[in-house]
Design a protein around this ligand. Structure first.
Ligand code: SAM
Ligand code: DTB
Ligand code: SF4
Length: 328
């Protein structure tokens, strides 16, 4: 495994002829994974809107006038009901998202309780709650959290165009705390925010230089939501070429061979051929279920149909080593 990728090298991968890049991505993919399996994660927004941060892409920031209303933290039974439905539909992981800068007080205690209960349902647990202290990471680990999602979002240089209320370093610190507790990391970014190819290479380099690599790498295609600067400002007006998105997936696969690369936000506007090319480029995880956090996603039946046509199987949840011994 390599952890020393340079931005120049990654830019070199971006410059390859498309077919050569796809061939390399498939070779890497097949050396590490069953090429016909895709992992399914279902998202639930447990605390929607009213966020104090200024992320220019985000419909949940209180600073922008979007259709998203600020809501209170969801009740535990509602969360459990959503988790049960996700499991019945075949998701192996349940990811709870909160529109917070960081978790605090009683709300954090309530989320720990939700994590304990989802864990007890025999699903993998994931949470995305903003910045964490070392102590908070330890408490999440104790509650049984398997994955923490915290994205780098973009290249360190381009970052200041997108978010001013927290630094790139803050993000790296949170990831450090998660890793120190031995939890798995889900960390990726967004493509299509008006960044250059060099910036996309810079984002992938940041991810691929982490040792170990994040276990899950969500590659989001920007969902342009009315009222956010990404949808309103001239600076971000250009739409990105879809092939550039597929290239970003392929390069994430090549540089992080053992990670699950997730074809994340943006699928709602992708046709089936586009999604199939993303799987061919090495994407082996999706967000599954009709909603992401606040925006629409393909519904489960639609994905089941696509999987059947492509001969793709949902990946089973890994059996913990303790239970494997009992069953042997
Ligand atoms: N508030 C927490 C935080 O930002 O750390 C967790 C939730 S936040 C919505 C999780 C991630 O969703 C962001 O880091 C960003 O990568 C992604 N995201 C948010 N809005 C998006 C959009 N419009 N299009 C694509 N990805 C988006
Ligand atoms: C990630 O990388 N993408 C997800 C998840 N992690 C939390 C969120 C996508 C959000 C898209 C906009 C919305 O639905 O609000
Ligand atoms: Fe808040 Fe997260 Fe949205 Fe940023 S991405 S505004 S931190 S909910």
């Amino acid at each position: 495994m390599r952890y020393d990728w340079t931005v120049d090298e990654i830019e070199g991968l971006f410059a390859l002829p498309f077919n050569d890049l796809m061939f390399r991505a498939q070779q890497t993919h097949r050396a590490h994974f069953d090429a016909n399996e895709v992992q399914l994660s279902t998202l639930l927004s447990i605390k929607t809107g009213g966020c104090p941060e200024d992320c220019k892409y985000c419909p949940q920031s209180a600073r922008y006038n979007t259709e998203v209303e600020s809501e209170l933290l969801m009740a535990k039974d509602e969360v459990m009901k959503a988790a049960r439905i996700a499991r019945e539909k075949g998701a192996s992981r349940f990811c709870m998202g909160a529109a917070w800068r960081e978790p605090k007080g009683r709300a954090f205690e309530l989320v720990l309780d939700m994590i304990r209960e989802v864990k007890a349902m025999d699903m993998e647990t994931c949470a995305t709650l903003g910045m964490l202290t070392a102590e908070q990471a330890a408490r999440l680990k104790d509650a049984g959290l398997n994955y923490y999602n915290h994205n780098l979002d973009t290249d360190p240089e381009y970052y200041k165009e997108i978010i001013t209320t927290r630094t790139y370093e803050d993000r790296l610190d949170t990831l450090k705390h998660v890793r120190a507790e031995g939890m798995s990391i889900c960390c990726g970014g967004i493509v299509g925010m008006g960044e250059s190819r060099r910036h996309r290479a810079g984002l992938v380099a940041q991810l691929a230089r982490m040792n170990p690599h994040p276990e899950s790498v969500p590659i989001n295609m920007l969902v342009k939501v009315e009222g956010t600067p990404m949808a309103e400002d001239e600076q971000f007006a250009d739409d990105m070429d879809h092939f550039e998105f597929i290239r970003t997936i392929a390069i994430s696969r090549i540089t992080m061979p053992g990670s699950h690369v997730r074809l994340s936000a943006g699928r709602e506007t992708m046709n089936e051929e586009m999604q199939a090319l993303c799987f061919l480029a090495g994407a082996n995880s999706i967000f599954y279920g009709e909603k992401l956090l606040t925006t629409d996603n393909k519904d489960a039946e639609n994905d089941q149909n696509l999987f059947e046509r492509l001969g793709i199987r949902p990946e089973e949840k890994p059996v913990p080593s303790s239970r494997r011994m009992v069953n042997a």
